[in-house]
Design a protein around this ligand. Structure first.
Ligand code: DX5
Ligand code: ZN
Length: 216
């Protein structure tokens, strides 16, 4: 499988969101990554169902939704109804992780679990066979345009081994600090899907940057 690119709209222009989505539609991007923040699990706040529903109307790309919220289990159905295809919850925010993952799948969405940079990969050992995606955060969740955390390299190698050894079908996604300079090495280390925000939206030609990120 060639690697996937999921542009994060966190640093896109929200005044021109329609145009930004249109650019992604025409590009080689595979998914659109939506960062949902609640000001509790992370210090920042973003957007909710109303914006997702509007985006759903103007794109056929899968909406890959990263919940940085406490009590995500309360909102799973509403995310599905808003048009979300892939839903990722944080390990650190889910007291009943297995139950939450099963609920996501029973609603017909792909299920992902994210771990923050200070959370060890070993916490995912039991749940791995049930997951479609593991999101290893490569920055502390909350803001775009941060620096890639170096110890992530080791965690990616560990996750690759854990998944290969367990026979899980989960893909490895990383999120934060990905750019043209490190994406090749990260692909070689075993990453399947790259969330990329600032590198795309702060570039002079976001469409062309997506092409470059895809063509390793
Ligand atoms: C951070 C978010 C990311 C972020 C991507 O909490 O989950 O999706 O926008 O980071 P950059 O901008 O570094 O690609
Ligand atoms: Zn994200």
């Amino acid at each position: 499988m060639s690697h996937l690119i999921a542009p994060s709209i966190l640093t896109a222009s929200f005044l021109e969101l329609g145009k930004e989505i249109d650019m992604i539609n025409k590009s080689e991007a595979d998914w659109i990554h939506l960062d949902i923040m609640d000001g509790v699990f992370v210090p920042n706040l973003t957007f909710g169902f109303h914006v997702i529903r509007q985006m759903r109307k103007i794109t056929d790309k899968p909406l890959d939704t990263h919940l940085m919220i406490v009590e995500p289990e309360k909102h799973l159905e509403e995310f599905r109804k808003s048009g979300v295809d892939k839903l990722t919850v944080h390990y650190e925010a889910c007291p009943n992780l297995a139950e939450t993952v099963r609920a996501i799948k029973s609603l017909g969405m792909s299920a992902g679990v994210a771990i923050s940079p200070d959370t060890p990969t070993s916490v995912l050992a039991d749940i791995l066979p049930e997951l479609d995606l593991v999101l290893n955060m490569t920055v502390h969740p909350g803001y775009g345009a941060q620096k890639f955390i170096k110890h992530s390299w080791e965690k990616i190698r560990q996750l690759r081994q854990m998944i290969d050894n367990s026979g899980s079908n989960a893909i490895i996604q990383i999120d934060g600090g990905v750019g043209l300079g490190n994406i090749g090495g990260l692909r070689d280390a075993g990453v399947d899907c790259f969330v990329v925000g600032n590198t795309i939206f702060a570039s002079d030609d976001p469409y062309e940057t997506i092409t470059q990120l895809k063509s390793l």
